[in-house]
Design a protein around this ligand. Structure first.
Ligand SMILES: [Zn+2]
Length: 535
């Protein structure tokens, strides 16, 4: 018995050795020659060769005397760790319809240098998570994938769409479901407090559930309760959940909605700084656009959404409640959206794609109706009754986006998934978020140095997730690597024409395998399922 255990231990140790330190004399599978190598930690680059063996970065330095199966001249190009998207919608929807299974080559990600995506966001995740991840083990994608467990998903399973506090038994049941998902590999708990049913949870409920992830090193990542008028209270709530739940916390897609509130990013970042100073490990992420994208229901008052979409439709059928909903939407449009129906654009209306790309103002004009806040509120209700739409909402200022992005504890995320090329008019972040940071904010505005931007896309999210051996380019780390031209990288997706890949990324390697060569996907799918329990 003893001897068997010892032998197993030896074999395991040998296997581990083989993975992390391949034999010195075996040739490299790939040598990237003469690139400008960024470590992902924000250090200045060095010009060096990078040698890959199996799934690992095996050497960095002068490898001119070494043998390799493939040598690639990358002189003049940046060699960086592959980017990590800490807020991805690649797993949104049912497993069958989730984009990581539908479009596993993830070309929109590869063309931006992204090698890892984290799904299960905004309170909504696959459940049971283990089944989803197991399926992905069997049908891997080109990129690595990990997930959070969604608070809203768990709450809906226990309480439906009820607008009330959970009973003690219900809360306990939710906590054990969260713990179960953590055991299956979740990286923490996500919440979506502007959505049903997340919005019905009070901070105590969130604290209890965050605490259930603490033994597993969970991160609490939150789409906060209010990104406009109550931004500061909402950021404070995330900090409180992190502090009292005993976990790291993250304000995801940190933004300031509504012209009257622009500039408040200074105050929301000050809250984060103050919390960090007293030991609460809180951070945030941003996507580099001044418009958001979500369901049109975001315009509707919370009370009207209790019980979900069917209940909302029933309320719209009641004249008295309908009048109240219209007033509340109009008030929201005035207070949160600058009172301008042109700022709200239908991205995808599944029941009438002729509306895709049109703003509420366009639709009112097409119908010969006055372009007023009241009329736009009426139109929003009509659209919702017919099946609703995904919308793009232009509501932020460039100054806030830049200030949030420049904060040392802010990382870059896309909040996008893997879109179907040509379908609907989705937010351009799906195709361009990472490239746009390097284009607009590094090269054009010089708001960030290149190495700092890379840090925000690599080691910073890896550190938040506790992701071992990724997000850094060093010997022994997994060979998740992007090779790109900082002088020409460019996002091309716009709000009017979003279905355009970024350009300027030449090569991408995932776990040592080439997934993008000369700017073209190879079709390889070496992505791995990442589980917090393995880190
Ligand atoms: Zn969100």
């Amino acid at each position: 018995m003893h001897r068997l255990a010892l032998r197993l231990l030896l074999i395991t140790a040998l296997l581990l050795l083989c993975r992390t330190a391949p034999a010195q004399d075996a040739p490299f599978s790939i040598i990237l020659e003469g690139g400008t190598v960024y470590d992902g930690l924000g250090n200045p680059p060095v010009v060096a060769d990078v040698g890959l063996k199996a799934d690992t970065t095996a050497a960095i330095g002068d490898l001119s005397g070494q043998t390799a199966e493939t040598r690639i001249d990358v002189r003049g190009l940046a060699v960086t760790p592959g980017f990590i998207d800490i807020h991805s919608h690649a797993s949104s929807g049912t497993p069958e319809e989730s984009s990581i299974f539908q479009r596993p080559l993830a070309e929109n990600y590869l063309q931006q240098g992204v090698t890892t995506a984290l799904g299960g966001q905004d309170g909504s995740s696959p459940f049971p998570l283990g089944a989803f991840l197991g399926r992905l083990d069997a049908q891997p994608a080109a990129i690595n994938f990990g997930a959070f467990v969604g608070h809203g998903t768990v709450r809906a399973r226990v309480m439906g769409a009820a607008d009330r506090r959970p009973s003690d038994a219900e809360l306990q049941q939710m906590a054990s479901m969260v713990a179960e998902a953590m055991k299956e590999g979740a990286f923490g708990l996500s919440s979506g407090l502007e959505y049903t049913p997340g919005m019905f949870a009070d901070p105590e409920e969130l604290i209890t559930l965050a605490r259930a992830t603490a033994p597993y090193g969970g991160l609490y990542i939150s789409h906060i309760r209010d990104e406009g008028g109550k931004l500061l209270d909402s950021v404070a709530e995330v900090i409180r959940v992190g502090e009292e739940g005993g976990v790291k916390a993250q304000v995801t897609h940190h933004k300031v909605v509504g012209p009257d509130r622009w500039g408040r990013s200074t105050a929301s970042l000050a809250l984060i700084d103050a919390a960090r100073k007293r030991g609460v490990d809180v951070a945030s992420d941003v996507y580099p656009y001044t418009a958001s994208s979500t369901g049109l229901t975001i315009l509707f008052p919370n009370w009207s959404r209790a019980g979900g979409n069917a209940a909302l439709r029933a309320r719209l059928g009641d004249p008295e409640q309908r009048a109240k909903i219209r007033q509340d939407i109009a008030a929201h449009l005035s207070a949160e959206r600058g009172g301008d129906p042109a700022t709200i654009v239908a991205a995808t209306c599944s029941w009438n794609h002729a509306l895709d790309g049109k703003s509420l103002a366009d639709m009112l004009e097409d119908q010969g109706r006055p372009v007023t806040v009241d009329e736009a509120a009426r139109l929003a209700m009509e659209l919702q009754e017919k099946g609703g739409c995904q919308a793009v909402l232009h509501s932020m200022s460039e100054d806030d986006v830049r200030r949030l992005m420049q904060h040392p504890m802010t990382m870059i995320s896309s909040d996008g998934g893997i879109p179907a090329m040509g379908a609907g008019v989705p937010h351009p972040r799906n195709y361009g978020a990472f490239a746009r940071v390097l284009t607009r904010y590094v090269r054009e505005q010089k708001a960030l140095s290149f190495e700092e931007a890379v840090r925000k896309m690599t080691s910073l999210p890896a550190e938040r997730l506790g992701l071992a051996g990724r997000g850094v380019l060093r010997v022994g780390a997994f060979a998740d690597i992007a090779v790109l031209d900082p002088a020409t990288i460019q996002d091309h997706a716009t709000f009017a024409r979003p279905h355009q890949y970024a350009t300027g990324v030449r090569y991408v390697f995932v776990n040592g395998t080439t997934v993008l060569r000369d700017g073209k996907p190879t079709g390889a799918r070496p992505g791995r399922v990442l589980r917090k329990t393995d880190q």
